[in-house]
Design a protein around this ligand. Structure first.
Ligand code: FAD
Length: 427
């Protein structure tokens, strides 16, 4: 049992970024914030290659210098103290991590190449080991999330490994839910089920693809998980022919100055006030109009081609990398009564279609829900595309912490920060 200010489900990238900020604020003597993280597998489990979704050797699709503090512009949220906080974060940077491993100079001299998921996971674990002031990490799986009897705190039931019948309970003034979600639904005939893999299929499952044969595999999607599946399959089954289906160029969000700027600093383009279509276009990575039928021997991929219109192509296997559905994963954590209570406060949520604009506020919380329920991964469309991935972990942590710091009377200066935002826009 623990009681803290912040309760986080999952010790991954977002938890590491928030832990780094909490540690720094506490170490500087600016506040006494307490934070509990519950992790069901191991810290950075999604990245290390021991837990299924990656082999660990696939390339990270962003440069690791976009680390837990990036973009280091905390003065926008916290005024002058923000600069102090950013400076104190330097011991937790990617650069410091690589220096400690005596790999920094080699990495820079070789042109700062992409790093593997495993390297990134080791970095996150290293941060979580060092970000200790006020931060505790518990081993266990959150099985249910509910409200305290007084309705002023979130509480999480946690089944410890080896003792699932004797759950622990942890509470927090605010709750932060992390993780990528589960794969988005992909329409297909039941007969081709064994030929379909998903972005979150365990890597061992892909071994079903026969070895040494020229099998045809279609990968649907052009984002990070498609890249990850492509690299993994190319090494696992070099004889396979891989075809990618995506409506835009693969990883088309690229690394252009404009796109990077929007990821790191959505206020710079006044993201919240752009029209919904512009925002949707920006975040769109997945495919449209693709479905799978059976043709007896293989899977018939039906799709909309710009040159040929509706057409079909036969494949032995298909990998669905059309994206993740975070709500589908979260629904299972909330009992019916709590789900109803959340919807009473923020409007229809749990059964919304995938492209629905979730009402996520500036603190990356579900708008109107009290106590605050932060789900940064759902904030891409409403608050900025970097919140659904690793593009702006430092800003994400600031946005989550800002309202709490105000409540705890940590001396930050949000009003002057807002003024700065406005003057930047005018620039
Ligand atoms: C294969 C792959 C590659 C990706 N590559 C990139 C990339 O290169 N660049 C990029 O910007 N984004 C990438 N992404 C997107 C990425 O998923 C998100 O950016 C990332 O998930 C954000 O971190 P997080 O903290 O929300 O989740 P994670 O880092 O995934 O951490 C979530 C943690 O929660 C734990 N957990 C889950 N459920 C429970 C529970 N009930 N109880 C306790 N613990 C639980 C998990 O074990 C995990 O450790 C990739 C995603 C995938 C799947």
């Amino acid at each position: 049992m623990s009681e803290s200010d912040i309760l986080i489900v999952g010790a991954g990238a977002k938890a590491a970024a928030i832990a780094a900020k909490v540690h720094t604020i506490n170490s500087l003597g600016l506040g006494e914030i307490s934070m509990t993280v519950i992790e069901k597998t191991e810290p950075a489990a999604s990245w290390l290659g021991r837990n299924g979704m990656t082999s660990g050797e696939e390339p990270l699709a962003i440069p690791p210098i976009k680390d837990v503090g990036f973009p280091y512009q905390s003065s926008r949220q916290f005024g002058a103290l923000g600069d102090e906080i950013d400076a104190a974060l330097l011991p937790l940077t990617w650069q410091r991590f690589a220096m400690e491993r005596h790999e920094y100079a080699t990495w820079v001299n070789s042109g700062s190449p992409s790093v593997m998921h495993r390297d990134y996971g080791e970095y996150l674990g290293w941060v979580l080991e060092r970000a200790t002031e006020g931060v505790r990490i518990y081993d266990g799986r959150v099985t249910e999330v509910s409200l305290s009897d007084e309705g002023d705190r979130w509480q999480a039931e946690v089944a410890e490994r080896g003792q699932p019948e004797d759950p622990e309970r942890h509470t927090g003034r605010i709750l932060v839910l992390t993780g990528p979600g589960v794969h988005r639904h992909f329409p297909h005939d039941p007969e081709v089920e064994s030929r379909v893999f998903h972005c979150d299929s365990r890597r061992e499952e892909l071994a079903r693809v026969p070895e040494g044969e020229p099998v045809e595999i279609a990968i649907i999607g052009g984002g990070e998980s498609a890249l990850s599946a492509l690299v993994f399959l190319r090494d696992l089954r070099p004889q396979a022919r891989l075809t990618i289906y995506t409506p835009t160029l693969p990883l088309s969000r690229g690394e252009s100055f404009l796109e990077n700027r929007v990821f790191a600093d959505p206020d710079n383009v006044d993201w919240e006030h752009l029209d919904i279509e512009t925002r949707r276009d920006f975040v769109k990575h997945c495919d449209r109009g693709v479905s799978l039928a059976s043709d007896g021997e293989g899977a018939l991929l039906e799709f909309d081609s710009p040159s040929e219109g509706e057409t079909a192509q036969r494949y032995d296997y298909v990998v669905n990398c059309t994206g993740f559905d975070l709500l589908r994963q979260l629904r299972g954590l909330f009992p019916d009564g709590v789900r109803d209570e959340v919807e009473e406060q923020c409007g229809p949520l749990w059964d919304s279609p995938p492209k629905f604009e979730v009402p996520i506020g500036r603190g990356l919380e579900l708008e109107g829900v009290r106590p605050r329920l932060h789900i940064p991964g759902l904030g891409g469309l409403r608050q900025g595309p970097g919140f659904a991935n690793l593009g702006s972990l430092g800003l994400l942590a600031n946005r989550v912490l800002q309202p709490l710091l105000e409540e705890l009377e940590v001396p930050t200066a949000p009003n002057s920060a807002k003024m700065q935002d406005k003057s930047l826009l005018l620039d």
